[in-house]
Write a protein that binds this ligand. Structure first.
Ligand code: IVH
Length: 676
C-alpha cells in the first residue's frame, strides 16, 4: 500500500470510531458491541505503531477517558463558587493572618482559630437540597454557572438523597468534592491519566449508568446559598454535615495560630502517601462564621480562607535554552527550556526564570544542570544551578536589549513608589505594533474573565493571527466564517458554534469590557471600580479628552498609577480607534447603578485617624453595602468625615472650613443601627 492509501484507510477508521464515541457518550446510543469497538481501536493503534506519519489529533491514542458531553444544561449558581488563594510557606501564612487582623482591626496577638481541612484534588460539585431532598446537582463551571449533572451525581452513594434530621435547613446548597480513591483508581488506570481525570470524565458523560460503574466518592466541606442554617462556625457545620449523613474529611482539625497550622501541615504532609486519596494541600478557613461574613471576598476568593499547598516535587535536568516570552503588557519573561523530566507524575519541559534580575542573581546559564521545583498547578521554576557541573567556557546569559518580537528597545521602568528600577524589562513599543504583545492582548481579550468567548482558546488566537483573520479586537466580530469553515480541523458545525459564541458575547458589562482591554495596572477589581465611576462606555471613552480631575483622583481604591496608565492607553491612537470600533459593534451594559435603597444613599464619606475594633477596609465595605461612597480626599462635596483617634489635623481643619459634618466612630455606626 502506498502512503496515501494508508492515510485514507487510517482516517476512515478514526472517523468511524469518533462516530461510535459520539453516539455512545452524547446520545447514550451504542452503535456497536464492545468487542467491535475494541478491535477498531486496536487496529488504529497498531497502524500508528507501524507508520510514524499517522498522527491524527482525533485518534483514540490522543484522547484519554470519556469525551465530555456538550449536552448538559447550564444553570447559574445562586451564590458563586469561588476559588482559593494559595500559600506556599510560613511567610505567606503570616501575611494571610496579618491581612485578616488588619481588616478586622485586631491586635497582632489576637488568637484566630481555623478549620484546617486537607484539600482533596477532585472535582467540586454543588448539591441543592430543598425540603430535605436532593433536587439539583451542578458542576463548578466558571464559578458563576455550572452544568446540570444531577443524574450523574445521583449515582454516587455518598450523596444523601433524602435527609431525615430535623435541623436540616429548609434550603441549602451543599458543596464538596467528588473524587476517586487511589485503591479504586488502580483498576481504572488504563482508561484515565490520573484519579482527578477519571472523576471529571465520569461525571461529565451523558449516560448515568456509565457513571454508576465508577466508584466515585463525595466529601462535603462548605455551603453556598442557605435558608435556615443554624451553625455558628465551620466546626459546627462539619459536625452537622456528619449528622445529616454526608461524609466529611476525617483529617479535618480545629487549629489556632500560624505555628500550630505549620505543625499540623507537617504531620499531614508526612502521612500523605498513607492516605487513600490525593490531597494537594490544606485549606484553612477562619472558623467563626460571623468573622467570615465580616471579612467577605476579594475578586474571586474569600478573604477568610487560603489553600496551603504541599511542597512541591523537585528534580534535576539540563537547561537546553533560555527563551524570552513577551506578555501583553510588554514584559519580557525568560523561560528555561529543559530536557523533559518527570516531576511528580507530570512531564516538565519549561521552567519560568521570572525576570532578568533572577537570572543574574542565580547566575543561570544555558547548558547548566538545574534543580527544578513544581508545586501544585503553578508553573515550575528553577531553584538553583550546579556551578561545579558547568562547562568552563559557558558564557553568561545576556538579556536582550531589543524586543525579540519587534526589535524595539527594551526598558526597565523606574518605580516611583519603591524608588528603584523595576526588575522586569519591557518592550517599549506601543502595544499592537509588536506582534507578540498584540497576540497576547487578543488572548486576554477573549479569556475567561474578559469576553469569555467559548471555544476561542489561545491556540485559535495564534492560528487566526497567522492567517491574518484577526489583528485587532474588533476583527473578532467581523470574522470571515466561510474561510474558517474550510480551514483544517474546522467544519460547518464548529464554525457555527464559534459564530454563536462570538455573537452571544456582543452583550457585555462595562466592567468586563474595561478589564478585557488589558490596560496595565487595571485588573478585575480596578475595572469594577472604574466601571462604577464612569457608569457608561461613552463616559469612559470621553475620559480620553479629559484631564485627571480631583473627582476621579478621589475614587477610593484607584490611585495615580492606575489613572496615568488609563490615560497612557488613551494616548495611543490605535487604542482609541479600537474603542470607537467596539462601540459600534457591542451592546455595553451600563454599570449596575448602585442599589439606592441603602441607609447611606448619595452620601460620601471619608475616614481619618485610627478606629477601634474596625478597619478602614471594613468601614468601606459597610458604607458601600449601604449605598454610600467612600472618597480619598476632603472636598466641598464631602458629606461626612469619620474621625478616629489621632486624626490628620489638616483633614479636620479642611472639613471644618468646608462645613463637612464630622462624625465619631459611634455616631457613624449609629447611622447604620450598629451599636458598638
Ligand atoms: S472551600 C471559597 N474546602 O479547592 C471556598 N474547598 O480552590 C472554596 N477544595 O474549588 C471552597 N477541599 O474544589 C473548600 N475543604 C475544602 C476543600 C476545597 C478541596 C477545592 C474546591 C475548590 C478549590 C478552591
Amino acid at each position: 500500500m502506498n502512503k496515501k492509501k494508508i492515510e485514507k484507510e487510517y482516517n476512515k477508521k478514526i472517523k468511524l470510531i469518533n462516530n461510535y464515541n459520539k453516539n455512545y457518550y452524547d446520545a447514550s446510543k451504542p452503535l456497536v458491541t464492545d468487542e467491535v469497538y475494541d478491535n477498531l481501536k486496536k487496529s488504529i493503534l497498531s497502524l500508528e505503531k507501524k507508520y510514524f506519519f499517522l498522527n491524527s489529533k482525533n485518534s483514540p491514542s490522543k484522547t484519554i477517558g470519556f469525551k465530555p458531553s456538550k449536552n448538559f444544561k447550564k444553570r447559574p449558581h445562586k451564590t458563586p463558587m469561588l476559588s482559593l488563594a494559595n500559600a506556599f510557606g510560613k511567610d505567606d501564612l503570616i501575611n494571610f493572618e496579618k491581612r485578616i487582623l488588619n481588616f478586622l482591626s485586631k491586635d497582632l496577638d489576637f488568637n484566630l482559630t481555623y478549620s484546617a481541612e486537607p484539600k482533596i484534588d477532585g472535582i467540586s460539585a454543588s448539591l441543592i437540597y430543598k425540603n430535605s431532598e436532593f433536587k439539583i446537582g451542578l458542576s463548578r463551571g466558571d464559578g458563576k454557572e455550572g452544568e446540570d449533572i444531577t443524574t450523574n451525581l445521583a449515582t454516587i452513594q455518598d450523596i444523601p438523597k433524602k435527609i431525615k434530621s430535623k435541623n436540616f435547613p429548609e434550603e441549602i446548597d451543599i458543596r464538596g468534592e467528588v473524587f476517586i480513591q487511589n485503591s479504586d483508581f488502580e483498576k481504572l488506570k488504563d482508561k484515565f491519566a490520573n484519579p482527578r481525570n477519571a472523576a471529571s470524565g465520569s461525571l461529565r458523560q451523558k449516560n448515568p449508568d456509565e457513571t454508576r460503574k465508577i466508584p466515585l466518592k463525595f466529601i462535603a466541606y462548605t455551603f453556598g446559598y442557605e435558608k435556615g442554617l443554624k451553625s455558628k462556625n465551620q466546626t459546627d457545620f462539619l459536625k452537622n454535615l456528619d449528622d445529616w449523613g454526608f461524609k466529611t474529611n476525617p483529617l479535618n482539625k480545629l487549629v489556632a495560630g500560624v505555628d500550630n497550622l505549620l505543625i499540623n501541615y507537617s504531620k499531614i504532609e508526612n502521612d500523605r502517601s498513607k492516605i487513600d486519596f490525593d490531597i494537594d494541600g490544606i485549606v484553612y478557613k477562619i472558623n467563626d462564621f460571623e468573622l467570615q461574613k465580616r471579612l467577605g471576598n476579594v475578586a474571586n476568593s474569600p478573604r477568610w480562607a487560603i489553600a496551603h499547598k504541599f511542597a512541591s516535587n523537585k528534580a534535576i535536568s539540563k537547561i537546553l535554552n533560555i527563551e524570552i516570552q513577551i506578555g501583553r503588557t510588554g514584559a519580557l519573561t525568560p523561560v528555561a527550556k529543559i530536557k523533559p523530566i518527570n516531576i511528580g507524575g507530570v512531564i516538565v519541559s519549561n521552567a519560568t526564570l521570572h525576570n532578568e534580575d533572577e537570572i543574574d542573581r542565580k547566575d543561570i546559564r544555558i547548558g547548566d544542570f538545574a534543580t527544578i521545583e513544581r508545586a501544585g498547578d503553578v508553573i515550575p521554576h528553577i531553584l538553583s544551578v550546579d556551578k561545579n557541573k558547568r562547562d568552563k567556557k559557558s558564557p553568561k546569559f545576556i538579556f536582550p536589549l531589543k524586543c525579540p518580537s519587534c526589535g524595539s528597545k527594551t526598558i526597565k521602568e523606574f518605580n516611583n513608589i519603591t524608588k528603584k528600577e523595576d526588575a522586569v524589562r519591557r518592550c517599549s513599543s506601543e502595544g499592537y505594533e509588536c506582534e507578540k504583545i498584540a497576540i497576547e492582548k487578543l488572548k486576554h481579550f477573549v479569556s475567561k474573565d474578559a469576553f469569555n468567548i467559548e471555544g476561542f482558546g489561545k491556540k485559535i488566537v495564534e492560528n487566526f493571527w497567522n492567517l491574518n483573520l484577526i489583528k485587532l479586537p474588533q476583527d473578532i466580530f467581523d470574522l470571515d466564517f466561510n474561510k474558517i469553515e474550510n480551514l483544517e480541523g474546522w467544519g460547518k458545525q464548529s464554525m457555527e458554534n464559534l459564530k454563536y459564541s462570538i455573537n452571544q458575547k456582543k452583550n457585555i458589562s462595562l466592567e468586563r469590557l474595561i478589564f478585557s482591554l488589558g490596560i496595565r495596572h487595571i485588573g478585575l477589581e480596578n475595572a469594577k471600580i472604574l466601571s462604577k465611576y464612569f457608569e457608561s462606555f461613552s463616559n469612559f471613552i470621553s475620559f480620553s479628552n479629559e484631564t485627571i480631575s480631583e473627582d476621579i483622583l478621589n475614587i477610593d481604591g484607584i490611585g495615580e498609577t492606575q489613572l496615568k496608565s488609563v490615560k497612557n492607553f488613551f494616548e495611543n491612537k490605535v487604542n482609541l480607534n479600537i474603542l470607537k470600533k467596539l462601540q459600534k459593534i457591542l451592546v455595553v451594559k451600563d454599570a449596575a447603578t448602585k442599589d439606592k435603597n441603602g441607609l447611606l444613599n448619595e452620601k460620601t464619606f471619608m475616614v481619618t485617624g485610627k478606629l477601634i475594633g474596625i478597619s478602614r477596609a471594613e468601614v468601606k465595605s459597610l458604607i458601600e453595602e449601604n449605598s454610600g461612597t467612600t472618597v480619598s480626599t476632603v472636598t466641598k462635596k464631602l458629606n461626612y468625615l469619620i474621625m478616629g483617634e489621632k486624626p490628620t489635623k489638616k483633614k479636620v481643619d479642611k472639613a471644618k472650613e468646608f462645613k463637612v459634618t464630622i462624625l465619631s466612630q459611634s455616631q457613624f455606626l449609629k447611622m447604620l443601627n450598629i451599636t458598638s
